[in-house]
Design a protein around this ligand. Structure first.
Ligand code: SF4
Length: 127
């Protein structure tokens, strides 16, 4: 454990929109049960590129005791994502689950084609 800066997500404010998932190059954030979560604190470098995209002001950076940032774990996460891209594996744009984990449906929004799983779809419909 080390004392360092790390992302904090306020679940009360988070509406699960998923806009913070892609800006996190390390793959530290996923939408789980309709809320953004840091899936592994060793993946979060605390730089906060996700903060500016949050429409709910739900993300902040705090200094606290946590796992040390792990570049090797980040590399493995990025390699997994690259492999998925190469193999054509598709993922829900919100929670990042793949077609083996959830039923996925195609969506068209803002001139983009995206995939959403059946668990994340209700949040899109109902807000
Ligand atoms: S961008 Fe903000 S509101 Fe949207 S999922 Fe991330 S933390 Fe939640």
């Amino acid at each position: 454990m080390v004392n360092r800066m790390i992302v904090k997500i306020d679940e009360e404010k988070c509406n699960g929109c998923g806009k913070c998932v892609s800006p996190c190059a390390e793959g530290a954030i996923q939408i789980i049960n309709g809320k953004a979560k840091v899936v592994s604190e060793e993946l979060c470098d605390g730089m906060g590129f996700c903060i500016g995209v949050c429409p709910q002001d739900a993300i902040s950076i705090e200094e606290r005791q946590t796992m040390d940032f792990n570049p090797q774990a980040v590399k493995e996460m990025q390699e997994t994502k690259e492999k998925d891209t190469e193999t054509g594996s598709i993922h829900c744009f919100k929670c990042d689950r793949d077609e083996n984990e959830r039923y996925l449906m195609p969506l068209r929004h803002g001139k983009e084609s995206i995939w959403v799983c059946t668990r994340c779809l209700p949040a899109l419909i109902h807000g």
